[in-house]
Every structure is written in C-alpha cells, then in structure tokens.
Design a protein around this ligand. Sequence first.
Ligand code: SF4
Length: 396
Amino acid sequence: MESRLTPPTAIGALIARCEELIADLDLGNVRAWRAAHPGRVVIGYLPIYAPRELVHAAGGLPVGIVGAGEELEIVRGDACFQSYICHLPRSVIELGLSGKLDSLDGMIFPSTCDVIRNLSGIWSLSFPKKWVRYLDLPQNFDASMGGVFYRGILEGMLRELCELSGVDPKHADLRGAIRAFNANRRALRELYALRAAEPWRAPTSEVYVLVRAGLLLPVEEHTTMVERYLGLAKAREARPLDNARVALRGAFCEQPPIELVKTLERAGCYVVDDDFLPMLRWPERDVDESGDPLDALVAAWLDTPLEAPSRYTRCNAEKGQVLIDTVRSTRAEGVIFAAPSFCDPALLDRPMLLGALDRAKIVHTSFKYAENTGQMQPIREQAGTFADSIKLWGEA
Ligand code: SF4
C-alpha cells in the first residue's frame, strides 16, 4: 500500500511515524519489543556516547534517553536538582518516577558532565533494583593507558550485560553488533552528506526526527528506515530556495524541540550540518569488523578525530579546527550556536570556538534553549536576521 505512495506522501508518512515515536513518552514500541522478545533486556543510555554494540551483542535493545521534551510537567524532577542546571536530568528523573521508563532493565550514564554523573547517583538511589553503569570514558587517548583502562570497562560491562540477559559471553555476537551499527552509521553519514549537498531534498526538520527515531528503534529497523528515506528524498521534486547555509553547534546533549528546528528553516536557514545526537552517529567512521571486537571499540573511541565539549582536545590542536573544517566542507556560510540553558560543557567551549571562527572570518550567532522551550518568536527573529545578513552582505 505505502509503496504506491508518491515520494512526498511517502516521506510525510515516514516522518509522521518518527514524530509519533518521539512523542510517545511511554515508549510503546519498546514495550512491544520487550513483549515480543521475552527474557531479553532493554538498556537505556544517556548522551553523549555509549558503545551500544555491547547491549546488542548481549541480545538486548539499547534505548537512547534524552529527556522528555515539551510534553511532561516536571514536579518531582525539580525537587532533585538545583534551578541553575539544564533541563534534561530533571525530566529524566520525572520520566523514571512516573513509570514511563519501567520497560528499561538498566541504564548507562556516560561521563559527559557533572550533571549526568549526579543524575546517575540519584537514579541509583531512586531505582536500587535496576542495573546502573557509570561509563567512565577515558580522556587519555594513549592506547597503553586510556586504551587499557577503557578495555577493562568494556569487558566488565559486557560481562554484566550478559549476566543480566542470561547470554553466555562466549556467544555474545559482538562482531555482528559492530556490523549492524556500522551499517546504520553509514546510512546516517549518507543522509548528512545528502543534506549538505542538497538541503532542499533532505531538510533538517525531517533529518532531525528521522535520526532521533534511532534512539528508540532496533538498529536494523532504523537503518532500513533511513535507507528508505534516502531513496525517497533523492527522487523527490524540490527546488532550492535562496536560504543561508548554516552549521549548528551546541545541541549535542539535551535536544531542542522539533519546533525550534522548523523555526530555523522558516527563518531562512538551511542547516547543512549539526551536532545533534552524537550518541547515534559516533564514531564517524566504520568500527573495524575484522580484528578483536573489543579492541575495535576501544580504538573507535581513542582514534576518531572527534571534537566535542565532553571530549578532551589535545592542547597542540586548536579547539575549533574541526568545526572550521566542517564549515568549509559543507559550504556553510555561518554558524549558529544553539546550546541548552546552563549546559556547562557547551557554554564553556563556546568562547574558544567563537575565537577560532573569528580568526577564520566565519560569521556566527548564539542563543540558548531548553527542551521545553515554547516561545519561538525571538529565535525566529534572531535566526532570520542572521540569515538575511548573510544573504545581503555575505556576513552577519
Ligand atoms: S545538557 Fe549539558 S549540562 Fe546538561 S546534562 Fe547535557 S551536557 Fe550536561
């Protein structure tokens, strides 16, 4: 039935399905997966990176948790955190205490920032019977130091996940998991490349929800969905608008409301690159499928030239160079810093990135949001003025 739909209609149906998944705070599709796979585990993971391959290899379903968006009233979550920190941890606690995350058997809290570290403690106290792992991602990238440390952590996690799911670690298919996630990341890289080349075919308001659905779906199903979208988007009839091409930074953890992304587009911006949801896109290369799988996952974290506020950048490499390279390769005409309110990692990095952009003569503008931001008019005005400045004078 759906295959007979024309591309715009079929894309609309596919994107509507993604929006429905994202809006379902009760995780209906995760509950359905659980019911269809008795005995297997569901493990949540927080931003900004966790090796999901370990959960998959143990027969489980990894589920990305990035907060509650705009729809949940926060009451108990506010009681756990100060008012001067971001929104994500309070909405994660609210989701947990209201039973919406009951389908999860455990949680992985990566060492993204102090807030997520504290959230892992509050989660452990609130749900003492659930499996919890604080994932200390190394900031030393020497294989004999950070690599040895990280491998020990991955071995321990895999062992515990196998115990949880009743899988003999000898039978955990880690190589198969790496293959499945490599295929997914390849599809996402192709999606980002299409958007950078022809953003009118793959607008960010669609790309964002399509990628975000990957937090909730089995990886194989998500890969099929992305590949289907790619086929439809390439075939759609769409003409370019005279929009400003911008790269967006700062939104790597707490996610902006979908309406914010649509607002940027309505304001005349083509977002041709972003740092949304690195947990689904890192590492931005294939993990080695031939050697020892755990060593391959270790190397994926140590060797990838990632630049993110939660990852140490060597002192001899100028902070911001990766961003400048991305701006050049995607032909972005400016950068929008859109960071969550009170996000220390994003806001502490921003002056260094702005300095690097200034030296490279790349224009930029900045604003803050929260996942439940409702008032879009100021953002529309600011982004619209930025886009107009680029189009009229080539600078903001
Ligand atoms: S939004 Fe920023 S401060 Fe808040 S949990 Fe994420 S990285 Fe930490």
